[in-house]
Write a protein that binds this ligand. Sequence first.
Ligand code: DGT
Ligand code: CA
Ligand code: CA
Length: 359
Amino acid sequence: MFHIDFDYFYAQCEETRSPELKSKPVCVCVFSDRGGDSGAIATANYTARKYGVKSGMPITFAKKRLEEKKDAVFLPVDFDFYTEISEKAMDIMKQYADIFEYVGRDEAYLDVTKRIGGDFLKASHLAQQIKNSIREKIKLTCSIGISSNKLISKIASDFQKPDGLTVVSPEKVEVFLDQLKIRSIPGIGKKTENRFTEMNFETIQELKKLDVFTLNKEFGRKSGTYIYNAVRGIDNEPVKKRDERIQYSKIMTLKKDSTNYEFLLENITDLCNEVYKVVKKNNKMFKSVGIHLVQSDLLNKSKSRMLRNSTDSLEELEKNVNQLLKEVLLNQKTTIRRIGVKVSELSEIQGQSNITNYF
Ligand code: DGT
Ligand code: CA
Ligand code: CA
């Protein structure tokens, strides 16, 4: 199985359309509506990271860290452009997979068992081919992890970023995992890590001393068992066929054209309910929420946001749609004729569909 993750994705997309950025520190920013520099860093290229810039950091912090770098560049996010590049990337990767599973804009799992059997040398050649093809066709670098399951492949893709290729054959699993920090396990965030630090555990090797009962008591049965297996490299999740283009949406024409918040909110809340029914019926969770507007002059507008975690909550959907509507109306001069709601970045709700959604 392969896990492929694109390097500093949003920032690298920006570099493909403006190659002169490559030598400079580049930060891609989500500017908030408060104006000025309020907002957060979505991602930064590796030059900016050298100065301590990280995803999620306030833009003002990043500017401070890059104070002396007069050539540092701060760009606003352009999701549509990244989605366009992502679709091209996914199309290339798909051609090399027996089963292809889309995870997010810059991430996918490939089951290549049929193509390569258990031959890890063959696998690394195939991975190199994928990397070359992506570099040639869309000028992007990615990092690939190869192992016999999804969990280790995901950890491996992160091991030698950027432009990495890490093969962990079955006999190397233990040595590979043991050296790593607990934080390398997908789903273990700051909170869990801190808890382990309090207990004086730092590496995966040390964590093996804990039995499954202790872990379950500490973190609950689901997470405890997950951690117990993960530190031993055990994961039986299959790569599930999933395409990125699946999304659920509903759109309606309003009784009258309007820019009135209450009126629009009432209608868009009905749409949320309808979209939500479809989500439920298909047993899905969503990670992205968007609204779509058609103005009276027939111009289209859309706005979407990525949630921190996948969810199947109607309340969360309504909350985000409401927020997006408010944002759009801040400078909406032309009246609105049609209005729509969309959820995307879908995942299965059943079973251990998404290891990173555990905590
Ligand atoms: P890396 O470490 O080379 O894979 O870097 P990225 O930037 O590709 O990081 P990754 O794979 O975790 O995330 C993919 C994209 O998702 C990234 O380019 C921007 C977005 N993203 C990641 N973290 C955040 C965040 O905290 N806030 C926002 N708004 N976007 C984020
Ligand atoms: Ca990435
Ligand atoms: Ca990623």
